[in-house]
Design a protein around this ligand. Structure first.
Ligand code: ATP
Ligand code: MG
Length: 299
């Protein structure tokens, strides 16, 4: 029978990116770039966000692609952020159809109609991408934000180097734990996501997963859920110090809901740890599975 530690190792590897998924992501990047390139001057495009940092969970949804616009598109920078989002939407909807394309706060989402099975598998395909218009600025990027009606600054390299440093300081277990808690956050059992945006989990992990890897997934996750619950009401600035606070998307009621659900997750983790301690291994696995969802293995 699978031990809890073996189950977590399997869970961790199921949430890792594999070559087929990366090949599919690159193919979609090129395809969307071709569509947008027919209508806009694009200097370059690159896969970024949690996908690039290896902190994205499964199924692979909303992979971020930055499209760095050329000088010929500079006029959009003088207009309100919704104009470029509208223009990206029009170009993408003409290709993929309106039902597959959605305007978001900072990007346009394109859904490729991939079926997600009951085990959260997609046959190694990317479900959707976020096409993010951007302008290069002194080593950073300006991107539109329709919520604040401004162009905001961001820097993917800074976020990536912070994640890498945290990962290394945590015996290379940090990204795996972040992916697991983001998988928990996406569990449809909650209804709406407890923590919004899920990037906030990673931002909090930069401060909340510290002191070194203790060697056990169950203990680390129990403590991580507990700390997230205790600190989700705080304001969390952009780790790069450029954009608006990452926690701005949640009002007081939403933070309280997140706190409650994170506390419940910590309590379930404690229960699973206790079950394993009493020798009820199968029950412990079931408790973790109910907490995380189908990618947590029972055998
Ligand atoms: N408030 C912010 N200020 C500056 N940059 C931000 C901010 N929020 C997000 N970003 C950057 O934009 C990227 C994409 O944002 P997004 O919300 O998709 O997060 P993500 O890390 O990709 O997580 P997810 O796995 O949910 O897609 C982030 O990875 C981060 O680099
Ligand atoms: Mg993203």
């Amino acid at each position: 029978m699978l031990t809890v530690d073996q189950a977590f190792r399997k869970f961790k590897s199921r949430l890792e990116l594999n070559q087929r998924e990366q090949d599919n992501a690159s193919k979609r990047q090129q395809e969307v770039r071709d569509v947008l390139g027919a209508k806009f001057a694009i200097d370059r495009s690159f896969l970024t966000g949690s996908y690039k940092r290896h902190t994205k969970t499964k199924p692979l949804k909303d992979i971020d692609i930055f499209f760095v616009l050329g000088e010929a598109e500079r006029h959009y920078r003088d207009k309100s952020p919704d104009k470029i989002v509208d223009a990206f939407y029009d170009a993408l909807a003409a290709e993929y159809g309106e039902a597959a394309v959605r305007k978001q706060t900072r990007s346009v989402n394109v859904d490729f109609g991939v079926v997600i099975d009951s085990d959260d598998n997609t046959d190694y395909r990317v479900v959707s991408v976020d096409a993010v218009p951007s302008f290069a600025k002194d080593g950073d990027y300006e991107i539109p934000d329709r919520d604040v009606a401004k162009w905001i600054l961001t820097n993917p390299e800074t976020h990536a180097s912070k994640a890498t440093a945290a990962h290394q300081a945590f015996s290379s277990e940090w990204k795996g734990l972040v992916r697991m808690v983001k998988y928990w956050n996406n569990n449809p059992a909650h209804g709406e996501k407890p923590v919004k945006p899920s990037f906030l989990i990673e931002v909090m992990a930069l401060e909340c997963l510290y002191g070194g890897w203790g060697g056990r997934f169950d203990y680390e996750l129990q403590a991580f859920f507990e700390t997230l619950a205790d600190r989700v009401h705080e304001d969390w600035p952009d780790p790069a110090g450029l954009g608006p606070p990452v926690s701005d998307a949640m009002d007081a009621a939403r933070r309280e809901r997140a706190r409650k659900l994170l506390k419940e997750a910590a309590a379930q983790a404690s229960k699973a740890i206790d079950q394993a301690r009493r020798g009820q291994n199968g029950e412990a696995l079931k408790t973790w599975r109910a907490l995380f969802g189908p990618k947590f293995p029972l055998s």
